[in-house]
Design a protein around this ligand. Structure first.
Ligand SMILES: [Zn+2]
Length: 282
């Protein structure tokens, strides 16, 4: 009995080792090492790499829709955005803001401090407090690394599903894989909870920078009034919770803030001056 078990065990061991050496021509040790390295690239994204990734993602975004060619408008949005970002917990990121030349109504953020608002949304704002509210929302996405986390999650899923792909992937292509995963987010959207957090804390940030806190609220009221029928809003509606839901969540959280912040500046004239510059451009 003991002998038979030993022979059986030896047979198992032989079959086992045979499998380890011949796995469809794939070197499992190497696959393990590659997965390890790729996981590392995905999990350990320090601030310089976060910024590098954001730069790549932004370049792709701007490749699809360039910035508005108006230096004073771009400078203005940068001044407002920087002022709000400096009141955040990551004031020293290389923050950069831009108005993208498209009629569609939206705003985006990319890792490392990139924030974009479309010309369509910029032109539909009523005052600078609303601009600060929109930028505050996007700034919170950057602060909390919402895109970065989602990109890493996407890449992790991609890696698990694509072992052969990892075998072929060179070091330089890993950042490409992350950027590709990142681009998908702009059509798929972030998690609902991330969006609600960006609304909630973006309001706080705008107020800390000195603006009337209900700027973002005003923008959401405008979006709700425009409704889902507008083509210009299709992507925003697809990638964000409904304005009514966002308004309800904000009002529940910030009702007393709205009351107490009533008299803080809104600066409608200052915004209008820059909107006028874009109207005149035609
Ligand atoms: Zn958002």
């Amino acid at each position: 009995m003991g002998l038979r078990l030993t022979i059986f065990g030896a047979a198992l061991l032989w079959v086992g080792s045979g499998a380890a050496f011949d796995f469809g021509g794939i070197d499992l040790g190497k696959v393990g090492e590659m997965i390890g390295k790729a996981q590392e690239a995905v999990t350990e994204v320090d601030e310089p790499r976060e910024i590098e990734l954001g730069t790549e993602v932004s370049a792709r975004l701007l490749g699809a829709a360039p910035l508005v060619e108006n230096v004073s408008v771009q400078r203005y949005v940068n001044q407002v955005g920087l002022w709000v970002a400096r009141h955040s917990e990551r004031p020293s990121l290389p923050w950069r803001f831009g108005v993208i030349d498209t009629d569609s109504i939206n705003a985006f953020a990319a890792p490392g401090g990139y924030v974009f608002i479309t010309r369509g949304l910029f032109m539909s704002l009523r005052d600078e407090a609303e601009l600060a509210g929109v930028l505050g929302h996007e700034i919170v996405h950057v602060l909390r690394r919402h895109h970065l986390d989602a990109i890493q999650e996407q890449a992790r899923l991609g890696l698990a599903a694509d072992v052969a792909g990892i075998m072929a992937r060179r070091d330089g292509r890993r950042i490409d894989a992350l950027v590709n995963a990142g681009m998908e987010l702009y059509t798929k959207g972030l998690d609902r909870e991330d969006e609600l957090e960006a609304d909630r804390d973006g309001v706080v940030l705008a107020q800390r920078a000195g603006y009337a806190p209900d700027g973002l609220r005003g923008v959401l009221v405008t979006l709700e009034a425009m409704g889902g029928a507008s083509d210009a809003l299709a992507l925003l509606f697809k990638t964000h919770p409904a304005p009514a839901d966002r308004l309800a969540a904000l009002d529940e959280r910030h009702a007393s803030r709205w009351r107490h912040g009533q008299d803080l500046p809104r600066l409608p004239r200052r915004l209008a001056q820059f909107q006028q510059a874009l109207y005149e451009r035609g």
